[in-house]
Design a protein around this ligand. Structure first.
Ligand SMILES: [Zn+2]
Length: 265
């Protein structure tokens, strides 16, 4: 960071530090509120004070799915729309919502960002958040190995020989006709789509963006999810546009720009 700042041609060319975090954050007071076990010692850390004392710069803190949505809105798949919901499919599942050009945060900063913790199966798997049958408990990278090994055809599947089961490998194995792989792949896509329908019902978007590392396999995911969402979402005005994120890993980075540029964000 000091090197980056030293390379700035003018002393005022850096507006501040954007900090994107995988948990519930108080963006008003720059505080991490809850991280769901990950980086559990981060809650309460004075990030704004650190940025000021170390770099003499202001800091904006936001949840990572919200910054991804902001980035896609500013320069990616959400350009031209002000009513967007996003799901990020990865180790966990993140969510974010924008209504009329404004990020939704809510009284306790939880609005929209718990898209991965919408219940899709009330008799399902225990989630890390304490709920049962959340989207990410039923279909995410952290829950995938347990989902695969619980399938009745797992022992006969190529998946059983893998040292580590990822969605990338699952999609490859399913494409070769592996019965367990096909069943788990299709079930995960339905879980994400069911969560997406709930996001549509909750936040009334015109665009739904799917991002996160799992979307490197977008060609396997997008058509089936779009079909499910269009079949099941109650949207009498028309069809939600379902799009793959275009900025991918850079979305949160670029999302820091509107955090500083737009006072309302
Ligand atoms: Zn959960």
């Amino acid at each position: 960071m000091q090197q980056l700042l030293a390379g700035c041609p003018k002393s005022d060319c850096c507006r501040g530090i954007g900090f994107s975090f995988c948990g519930i954050v108080d963006s008003k007071h720059c505080q991490i509120l809850s991280s769901n076990d990950k980086y559990s010692d981060s809650a309460g850390f004075d990030l704004a004070g650190w940025a000021q004392s170390e770099f003499n710069l202001p800091l904006r803190l936001e949840n990572d799915a919200r910054t991804a949505l902001l980035g896609e809105w500013y320069a990616g798949a959400g350009r031209g729309s002000n009513d967007i919901v996003m799901l990020t499919l990865g180790t966990g599942v993140g969510g974010a919502a924008m209504i009329d050009g404004k990020l939704l945060r809510g009284k306790h900063f939880q609005a929209g960002c718990l898209g991965g913790h919408l219940g899709v199966n009330h008799k399902g798997r225990i989630c890390a958040c304490g709920n049962i049958g959340c989207v990410e408990a039923e279909a995410s990278s952290w829950s995938l190995p347990a989902i695969c090994s619980a399938h009745p055809l797992f022992e006969e599947s190529l998946l059983a020989a893998l040292p580590c089961i990822s969605f990338e490998r699952l999609f490859q194995i399913a494409a070769n006709g592996d019965a367990c792989g096909l069943a788990v792949r299709d079930a995960c896509i339905e879980v994400w789509a069911a969560g997406a329908v709930s996001m549509v019902h909750a936040y009334d978007p015109e665009v739904l963006i799917l991002g996160g590392g799992v979307m490197n396999s977008a060609q396997e995911i997008l058509p089936a999810m779009s079909e499910y969402i269009h079949r099941h979402a109650w949207t009498p005005w028309g069809k939600v546009m379902v799009r793959a994120a275009t900025l991918m890993d850079r979305a949160s980075l670029i999302g820091a720009v509107p955090l500083f540029e737009t006072e309302s964000q």
